[in-house]
Design a protein around this ligand. Structure first.
Ligand code: SF4
Ligand code: SF4
Length: 496
């Protein structure tokens, strides 16, 4: 067992209101600079939709992440050999049109325009060329299913849905959407790190944050193609790759990341996970249908004496272990199995997780009591406006089992609470539902507390950081890399 620790996040999608405050907070802190105007390290997408950059989930087009032919992990697009051939043009690299041309307005015209018959207007000008532009797309062009239905209809996660399900998605009476906030997943098996010929990307040993060493970056941009989530960006002005840094300067001073701190819906949970780095490669090679469980099995029980002594032997600080024991992320991901990694089939082993959205529960009453269907308690899940298959494509490599488990548990907790606050569900029925959803009353209460009544301190549980160690490691990047959270040879032939 090779125990490492990571700071990890859970997004509770039922709580996201799509306000974009997180994106704006991140933009104001980190990407309000020349060359970074088009970057949204944190963005919030409407699902179904094509996202930002457009169709980022289409790996036929972008060839991001890993594949596992013949039981060996291999980068899809950016192996060393392919990089040489694609040195002047990588056909799988997103272009600025796949993001959008960032713009501002010539506001000064409102003041400087000569007197005339018409009111002056501020016209859009490109932040890249300084020329007037015609705005045709933006990072959130299809927000709330706005614009043309063509966005939602082309969501790659619709694969496997019947024609009827697809058409229902856009019929007025069943119209549905939810929000998907996205940042870098600070993966355990990051294809961005493995693809970099300069060794500029690395995963910090002490907290698992994936960073780009700006001094080493030589603008190969292989990381941009290799990241299947498209969460590395190229600063065309600085000539360097840039990405979400999980606000490590804030974490090192005990402050929450800007996106977390500003989140209006309080949907974000930050905590420590302990994991077994010696089994990452083995787990990343599992079949698609087994990947969610395989990934979960890498996460170690912080209460287990064997894990604790192995963690101490690996030099993990007592404060980190204490935080791991109180981690809200551990509860959602491992204990309750309610939070799932996005697109685990890319095999980067993302370390950010999502509690899937549960559509509204609509009930009919007979004699004042909720009338449960004879087919069982959970038929609503199959009749949900958001098809289970769609969610499973997003959070389960197309395998519905884990998604159903998470949704059933959420639904059982709702009914359990309803039995306590209204008289239309009796306690016995709610208890049977909990039992069928593999949940005890105590667990249901804990889930309810952490979902609905949580304080900032419940959601943000990280250890005090030893900034002095970080600074020492920063002066010795090799040392930082050698203590990184993984240790197998990658597709580029480089040990990372
Ligand atoms: S999401 Fe994963 S692969 Fe993409 S930039 Fe972040 S760590 Fe790298
Ligand atoms: S601030 Fe929170 S609630 Fe608002 S869009 Fe971002 S993640 Fe969702």
């Amino acid at each position: 067992m090779n125990v490492r620790s990571q700071i990890s996040m859970v997004f509770h999608l039922d709580k996201c209101i799509g306000c974009h405050t997180c994106s704006v907070a991140c933009k104001n802190v980190w990407t309000d600079r020349k060359g970074a105007e088009y970057m949204w390290w944190n963005n919030v997408e409407t699902k179904p939709g094509t996202g930002y950059p457009t169709l980022w989930e289409d790996q036929e087009e972008y060839q991001g992440g890993w594949e596992a032919p013949g039981g060996k992990l291999r980068l899809k697009s950016t192996s060393k050999q392919k990089l040489v051939f694609n040195i002047f043009h990588n056909p799988h690299m997103p272009s600025i049109d796949d993001y959008y041309e960032p713009w501002t307005y010539n506001y000064e015209h409102l003041f400087d325009a000569p007197a005339g018959d018409d009111q002056p207007v501020a016209r859009p000008i490109s932040q890249i060329t300084g020329e007037l532009v015609q705005i045709e797309s933006g990072p959130n062009w299809d927000d709330d299913l706005g614009g043309s239905p063509v966005y939602a209809a082309n969501d790659p996660n619709l694969e496997g849905l019947s024609e009827e399900q697809r058409s229902q998605l856009s019929s007025v009476e069943r119209l549905v959407y939810f929000y998907l906030p996205r940042i870098c997943n600070h993966c355990l098996n990051p294809s961005c790190v493995a693809s970099c010929p300069s060794g500029a990307l690395y995963k910090r040993g002490q907290d698992g944050i994936v960073l780009v060493d700006q001094n080493r970056c030589r603008a190969w941009r292989s990381c941009i193609a290799a990241c299947p989530y498209k969460k590395v960006y190229y600063n065309w002005f600085a000539g360097k790759a840039e990405k979400c840094i999980l606000c490590y300067p804030r974490l090192e001073t005990g402050q929450a990341p800007a996106c977390f701190h500003s989140c209006v819906g309080r949907i974000r949970y930050l905590g420590v996970l302990l994991y077994d780095a010696s089994r990452i490669e083995e787990m990343a090679l599992k079949k698609d249908a087994e990947l969610v469980e395989a990934h979960r099995s890498l996460i170690l029980d912080p209460h287990d004496p064997e894990v604790i002594s192995a963690a101490r032997a690996a030099g993990i600080d007592e404060a980190v272990l204490e935080s791991a024991r109180r981690s809200p992320v551990y509860k959602f991901v491992k204990e309750w199995k309610m939070a799932l990694p996005p697109h685990i089939e890319y095999r980067t082993m993302p370390m950010l997780f999502y509690v899937p959205p549960l559509s509204p529960v609509i009930s009919t009453r007979v004699n004042g009591m909720v009338d449960f269907d004879s087919t069982g308690f959970f038929h609503d899940i199959d009749e949900s406006r958001v098809p289970v298959r769609f969610l499973a494509n997003l959070f389960g490599a197309g395998e519905e089992r884990e998604m159903r488990y998470a949704l059933r548990k959420q639904m059982a907790v709702r009914w359990w609470r309803r039995a306590q606050t209204t008289s239309d569900v009796d306690r016995e029925t709610a208890l049977r539902m909990l039992a069928e959803a593999d949940c005890t009353p105590e667990q249901a209460e804990a889930i309810y507390q952490l979902t609905a009544l949580c304080t900032f301190q419940d959601r943000f549980v990280i250890p005090p950081m030893h900034r002095e160690e970080v600074i020492e490691k920063r002066h010795s990047p090799r040392q930082a890399q050698s203590s990184a959270g993984f240790g197998f040879t990658t597709g580029t032939g480089r040990s990372i």
